[in-house]
Design a protein around this ligand. Structure first.
Ligand SMILES: [Ca+2]
Length: 575
């Protein structure tokens, strides 16, 4: 079966599920969901004149210039000729005396498909990442290449202002959600001015903090976007970051005393070697133990554990990994290590038992380098900086290994005269724990597609799964007719790991919004030797370099059909 055939099969499944949803909708509140009218394209008549022509409130357009075809590539694929517009919104003097603005760029295809894509960027923002709307790990395609007009922004601060912008009251609000609120209507007006009509359909997407931006927009800007592509959403970012601090203290307690590693943020500095608590060899051992227990649950032993939920029910770190009888040798864990690992996977809690963040699923990608970097390095650098400057009221430095996480937790919901909005409020979607406010979005015909690496070490895939479950419990996703979640087994944070991490979930999202074709299975590829999007060097040599798998809408699982090559997605079905 070719990729197109698989997509067609998925479409058939989608039509069936859509039909079921229509039949069933009379029993659910809200009624049937509409399919929105498809976008129609237009051509860009002029690029260089735009900078002088476009006059928008609170906006300075700095330049507009043609970018020739092929100047930007994703993999071997050239982005066609387009117009690059650069500008700034809301230039101002900050309370800290620094100059702030919301820097942005828009890339406008000469042959436009009638759609707008807001590219949410990752990390702490602070950079206008090229507005190509790149999709999936090792991207081979993106929104710009597909004909969207794309915006990207720094979310209101520059790189040198990161993370200190977090103490400037307006800059932290812009980072949290207000930059998206301000840029969205501006971008639509700019598109109107450039093409002679505004976007017919609008989409927002990103991964990590970009996924958070999309998730927050679904809650705050439900009338502005028709499709939300939510990758590894750090939608409870302050809590995920605090869980990292809590975790660092757990690792530190069993790390080898006196060992250090280089501090990547400071060439002359060192950090405690938290990885000595759970070495890469030991993580590979745990990965193999998970595979030994769970690989066959999806019908084939292929080095991939697709049946994540079934695996959680049977994998037991204490029983399924050898216990060291003498010195640690990489192939076993001590009882103490097992206890700490179980505690970290079980999810961070305060010393009074209050849950700080979600648990993490056991999955083979625990062996990935990215997993270790997040747990053992970023927990000592990135997370403390973000917590101290952006999420806390008032801002207050912290030493990750000394911090009282219970006291810090209270600072996420506190306010004062300088910071009238709490860190929790500015970072998370309103009513994130009770997503019934998604009902209006659903009724309007908007759609959400979520994805998450099951072996993400910073934002837990379990947190995303639980959000989906809450949607169902509140009856705002009957028949999965509004939101669908695609876990990516083995994948670390947004890419990498023991995974097929190269995929395009935007195209199926557009088909769902504009054609009513609900996605059930989307083909993802491994990035083995020769992959144009960049090779994932951690893939086992036993895998074909071009292995493919369907990503399956939760709770269905990519299950082997019983015959045919295990390297080919066509021999798997979502069951
Ligand atoms: Ca398997």
């Amino acid at each position: 079966m070719t990729k197109n055939q698989l997509v067609r099969n998925a479409q058939t499944l989608g039509i069936i599920s859509a039909a079921i949803a229509v039949v069933a909708c009379s029993t659910f509140p809200g009624g049937a969901v509409p399919t929105l009218k498809a976008a129609t394209g237009a051509n860009l008549p002029n690029c260089s004149a735009l900078a002088d022509q476009i006059k928008l409130p609170n906006t300075k357009i700095e330049s507009s210039a043609l970018v020739p075809a092929g100047t930007i590539k994703l993999g071997n694929n050239a982005v066609s000729e387009h117009c690059l517009v650069k500008g700034r919104m809301h230039e101002r003097k900050g309370a800290d005396g620094r100059d702030y603005a919301i820097g942005f760029e828009m890339r406008l295809p000469l042959a436009w498909n009638g759609r707008f894509f807001y590219q949410g960027n990752g990390g702490l923002d602070g950079a206008v990442v090229p507005a190509v709307g790149a999709l999936g790990g090792g991207p081979l395609t993106g929104a710009l290449m597909q004909g969207f007009a794309v915006i990207s922004s720094d979310a209101g601060h520059t790189g040198p202002q990161t993370p200190f912008f977090g103490s400037e009251p307006q800059a932290r609000l812009d980072y949290g959600y207000q930059a998206v609120e301000k840029l969205t209507p501006m971008a639509k007006q700019l598109i109107q001015s450039a093409y002679g009509k505004g976007p017919d359909r609008s989409y927002i997407g990103g991964c990590s903090n970009g996924g958070r931006h999309a998730m927050v927009a679904a809650s705050r800007l439900g009338d502005q976007y028709d499709g939300y592509l939510v990758g590894a959403p750090g939608y409870r970012l302050p809590y995920a970051a605090l869980a990292q601090i809590w975790g660092a203290q757990k690792w530190a307690a069993i790390a080898t005393p006196g060992t250090t590693v280089k501090n990547p943020m400071n060439p002359n500095g060192t950090l405690p070697d938290l990885a000595s608590a759970f070495t890469s060899e030991e993580r590979a051992t745990v990965s193999r133990a998970i595979a030994n227990k769970c690989d066959a649950l999806d019908g084939v032993v292929d080095g991939m554990v697709q049946a994540t939920q079934a695996c959680q029910a049977i994998f037991d770190i204490k029983k399924d990994v050898a216990t060291c009888t003498g010195q640690r040798n990489g192939a076993c864990l001590t009882e103490t290590q097992k206890s700490v690992i179980a505690e970290v996977f079980g999810g961070a809690q305060t010393n009074t038992g209050q849950r700080i963040y979600a648990n993490f699923p056991y999955d083979t990608g625990v062996a990935g380098a990215n997993w270790g970097t997040w747990k053992f390095i970023d927990s000592l650098i990135r997370d403390p900086l973000a917590i101290s400057t952006i999420f806390s009221v008032p801002p207050k430095p912290l030493n990750p290994l000394q911090e009282n996480v219970t006291e810090r937790l209270a600072m996420f919901t506190s306010t004062n005269d300088t910071y009238p909005e709490s860190g929790w409020s500015l970072m998370t979607p309103p009513q994130e724990s009770k997503p019934s406010n998604m009902g209006a979005l659903r009724a309007r015909g908007a759609k959400m597609v979520l994805y998450h690496g099951v072996s993400d070490a910073i934002f837990s895939a379990e947190d995303t799964r639980q959000w989906m479950e809450r949607l169902s419990q509140e009856n705002v996703n009957p028949g999965s007719d509004f939101a669908r979640y695609f876990p990516v087994p083995g994948m670390n944070h947004c890419s990498a790991g023991l995974a097929t991490d190269q995929f395009d979930l935007l195209t199926p999202l557009v088909q769902w919004v504009e054609q009513g074709i609900a996605p059930q299975a989307v083909v993802a590829a491994a990035r083995g030797a020769g992959n144009a999007g960049g090779v994932n060097a951690e893939l086992p040599t036993s895998w074909s370099p071009s292995r493919t798998r369907p990503l399956c809408a939760y709770p269905s699982v990519a299950t082997y059909n019983g015959s045919g090559s295990v390297e080919d997605a066509k021999n798997f079905s979502c069951k």
